[in-house]
Design a protein around this ligand. Structure first.
Ligand code: F6R
Length: 249
């Protein structure tokens, strides 16, 4: 694990964007795994700027998102389809047919999950962007998820619903289910970039890096990935005891 610490959200977002930009320049037709949430917003804003400044193009890039809620439409402001359009896709030259986000709009959710899973195995990600939940979830793989699990319909953890309720009018509106890439799908990426920002992630970052690898804390499996970069700000790094801004673990 390569861990890089930056002063704050903006500095960390810049660093994350620089890494992604370098990867896109190296391989303009890369397959990119995307996350939603607060953590990658600054990264996406920087990618939009890089596109506007002609540094990168998304024309040949294919994307695969980690997850999507079940029970809200794609045009709901809290859906991950909406999020991705709002923070990235609407502002860059990505081709609509190259965008992949789990579909949750039909009755048979299990079948939709299986279809997404098949696509994922045919499209190994060159780079997967991740955030981390306070409870160690990655994607929506909550504590207790199978470490070898593939794309599936997941019941959301109450902690996760509570954390995400700040974006809805009330907790009752927060969906109870989602489709998520499984941990096996996430690990099947050549490179991973995880972004963890803010004090509330400090404990989770510590456990991800130093904890026992266990399904009790799904992000701990990332210790076994051969090429993972973790970008943190000072607050999220506060329990790591980092003597310099770069730690290899
Ligand atoms: C998002 C996702 C989640 C988030 C995690 C952190 O697609 O799958 O695992 O990455 O909940 O969210 P934020 O960044 O909002 O703290």
């Amino acid at each position: 694990m390569q861990i890089y610490k930056y002063k704050d959200y903006d500095a960390a977002s810049n660093a994350a964007a620089n890494l992604v930009i370098q990867e896109i320049i190296k391989k303009p037709n890369m397959i990119l795994g995307l996350a939603t949430g607060v953590s990658p917003i600054g990264l996406y804003q920087n990618l939009v700027k890089a596109y506007e400044n002609d540094i990168i193009s998304f024309k040949k890039i294919k994307t695969f998102n980690l997850d999507e809620y079940v029970g809200i439409n794609n045009d709901h402001p809290q859906s991950y389809h909406y999020f991705m359009n709002h923070y990235l896709f609407d502002y860059v030259d990505i081709l609509p047919e190259n965008i992949n986000i789990p579909a949750t709009d039909k009755k048979n959710i299990e079948e939709l999950a299986e279809e997404y899973n098949i696509k994922l195995f045919g499209n190994q990600r060159d780079l997967q962007i991740l955030g981390i939940g306070k409870n160690g979830h990655i994607g929506f793989n909550e504590p207790g998820s199978q470490l070898g699990g593939q794309t599936y319909k997941v019941k959301l953890d109450e902690q996760t619903r509570k954390d995400n309720s700040r974006y809805f009018n009330s907790i009752d509106e927060v969906p109870k289910y989602a489709i998520t890439m499984g941990i096996k799908n996430i690990m099947y990426s050549k490179k991973i970039l995880l972004i963890a920002l803010g004090e509330s992630k400090a404990e989770a970052v510590y456990k991800m890096v130093h904890g026992i690898v266990s399904d009790d804390f799904p992000a701990s499996i990332l210790q076994l990935h051969p090429d993972i970069t973790i970008i943190v700000d000072e607050a999220a790094a506060s329990k790591l005891n980092m003597k310099s801004d770069h730690l290899v673990f």
